[in-house]
Design a protein around this ligand. Structure first.
Ligand code: IPE
Ligand code: IPE
Ligand code: MG
Length: 226
């Protein structure tokens, strides 16, 4: 793959955990657990493939609409995931970044996340995780901050997006066959390439990420020019 056609920043809407579990007559929680294993595989694959930044949509600001039991399963999974994976993240030179209003989570999760941010701050590759994230909320917040500085321009807004310090989004992938953005990275997707794949998130892994990067390399980006 020529260097220039390698994506720098890939984002993934990790969808399909519930359907994966349903197909196997398992509780939804098992689908989310298998989804956690897919996160681990995909983070490793991003390193193998040399991505500068991987952004994962883990919990949307609309996911609070789910049943209390499912939300608490997701929160417990997040607690365990950080406990188990943090050392490996540090050892692998990953810088963790959180996009979204994570401070709305339980205090012990906020504490774990902030500890993880601190311990990974010197990493050279970025794993951005979207937690309690909604793109419309992100844009409204950035616009408010830009207005307070008296500069409501594209640049002024962009400076206040959570992603301001990340490379431009090259490729957005959604798993599970749904073809919608579900309030994810709306601003950043303006000229991103998009790929909707039929794989359910718990089945996703290195070969899928590699195939997505190869598909990206075949796309012709124009940005409105010729
Ligand atoms: C994605 O899987 C995980 C989260 C949104 C947290 P879903 O739980 O949305 O799975 P489906 O869409 O019901 O299959
Ligand atoms: C998007 O998936 C959110 C995450 C993957 C975290 P959803 O399953 O919540 O989206 P909808 O409800 O199908 O649009
Ligand atoms: Mg879903």
């Amino acid at each position: 793959m020529p260097e220039s056609s390698q994506p720098r920043h890939v984002a993934i809407i990790m969808d399909g955990n519930g359907r994966w579990a349903k197909k196997r007559a398992l509780p939804r929680a098992m689908g989310h657990k298998a989804g956690g294993d897919a996160v681990k595989r995909t983070v490793e694959a991003a390193k193998t493939l040399g991505l500068e930044c991987l952004t994962l949509y883990a919990f949307s600001s609309e996911n609070w609409k789910r049943e209390e039991g499912e939300i608490s399963d997701l929160m417990n999974l997040m607690r365990r995931f950080i406990e188990r994976e943090l050392d490996a993240f540090v050892a692998n030179g990953l810088r963790l970044k959180i996009i979204g209003d994570y401070k709305a989570f339980a205090p012990d999760i906020v504490e774990k996340l902030e500890d993880a941010l601190e311990r990974t701050k010197d990493g050279s590759r970025t794993l951005a995780v979207a937690l309690n994230y909604g793109a419309q909320q992100e844009i409204a917040r950035a616009a408010r901050l830009a207005a307070a500085e008296g500069e409501v321009s594209c640049e002024g807004i962009e400076r206040h997006l959570y992603t301001a310090d990340l490379p431009p989004l090259d490729l957005l992938i959604r798993t599970s066959g749904e073809v919608r953005l579900s309030n994810f990275l709306l601003w950043q997707s303006a000229y991103a390439e998009m790929l909707f794949v039929d794989v359910l998130w718990p089945d996703f892994g290195e070969e899928h990420l590699r195939a997505a990067c190869e598909e990206f390399a075949r796309r012709e980006r124009r940005y409105g020019g010729r």
